[in-house]
Design a binder for this molecule. Structure first.
Ligand code: PMM
Length: 309
């Protein structure tokens, strides 16, 4: 990894899943997700990551038609506002519809393993592709948090992501459109997540920019558990999460996937001011020029061989 002193892009999470809404009803659900997305943009998000399938441990998968009905109208409306959109899906059909609706990034938590046709869809488009480290769907993934060898989880994740890079290249997706993600919490124990965060330079040595999602994850809840062992609830993990974000910024990652966009941007503003003290702190808020204006629909394809921008 070549830390550049540039701050990571902030990807704000817009989950369009029933457990995110108190009331059912498609119209309300769409409206509420759009409102939330606009709020994240106002808070400083560079990218909105829209997902219609919960990947929490034990979650059941929605039907394809259901996933499409959740995400497509939200993407259309947020894209109409000029937002840079990422679709969080493992399904080729959903990726295809999302691209048509205005998504510029396909964020596939399975790295092409759940539905290999997704790689063809991305290859046939001009969008960027996030390939996350993944072993199985949410119902069984935690049984697979076993990594052999002296390298443990870091070596296992690096080897398996290298395999995904081969499949991605074989499908015809140019390297410069690919971002990797170590997949914190997906077939990993809490301790393994910390090892991965520590070993991030080895993941970066695969030569692609990195996206990392630590926000509200259970390894932070376990870290902050009280004397009774009860994990800290998700909405009270933000301070620990920000410490991780600053570690990721130091490591030179391309992007961070977060729920609390405003707090993340605040922490990264202070981090950026520390990189360039001569620039006078607040006056050096990163400019939108960090996006690759040359790519269609505001995709954020990193430069050839490049790091975060
Ligand atoms: N984590 C979740 C969902 N999508 N995508 C990427 N690229 N990386 C992640 O770590 C990731 C993801 C699960 O988190 P949530 O349930 O809080 O959205």
């Amino acid at each position: 990894m070549r830390p550049t002193g540039r701050r990571p892009l902030v990807m704000g999470v817009v989950n369009v899943t029933p457990d995110s809404f108190s009331d059912g009803g498609r119209y309300l659900e769409t409206d509420e997700a759009v409102r939330h997305g606009l709020e994240l943009l106002a808070d400083g998000a560079d990218i909105l990551d829209i997902g219609g399938e919960s990947t929490r441990p034990g979650a059941t998968r929605p039907l394809v038609a259901e996933e499409l009905a959740r995400v497509v109208p939200v993407i259309e409306r947020l894209a109409a506002h000029g937002a840079r959109i990422s679709i969080d899906t493992m399904r080729a059909e959903v990726a295809e519809a999302a691209i048509a609706a205005g998504a510029g990034i396909v964020n596939d938590v399975s790295g092409g393993l759940a539905d290999p046709r997704i790689l063809e869809v991305v290859a046939d488009s001009e969008v960027s592709y996030v390939a996350m480290h993944w072993r199985a769907h949410s119902d069984t993934m935690q049984d697979l948090a076993v990594y052999e060898g002296p390298d443990g989880v870091v070596g296992g994740v690096v080897a398996e992501l290298a395999g995904r890079l081969e499949a991605i290249a074989a499908a015809g997706i140019p390297e410069h459109r690919v971002v990797l993600d170590p997949g914190l919490g997906f077939a990993k124990t809490g301790e393994q997540n910390w090892h991965l965060l520590h070993g991030l330079p080895r993941v970066a040595a695969l030569g692609r920019p990195l996206l990392v999602g630590a926000s509200r994850k259970s390894f932070l809840g376990a870290l902050l558990a009280g004397p009774d062992g009860v994990p800290r609830p998700p909405d009270q993990r933000e301070a620990a999460h920000l410490a991780v974000v600053l570690h990721l910024a130091d490591a030179g990652v391309w992007g961070v996937r977060v729920h609390d966009v405003r707090a993340t941007c605040d922490a990264l503003a202070a981090w950026t001011a520390l990189q360039h003290p001569d620039a006078g702190g607040g006056s050096i808020t990163p400019a939108p020029a960090r996006h690759d204006a040359g790519t269609p629909r505001g995709t954020v394809a990193p430069r050839e061989g490049g790091g975060p921008r």
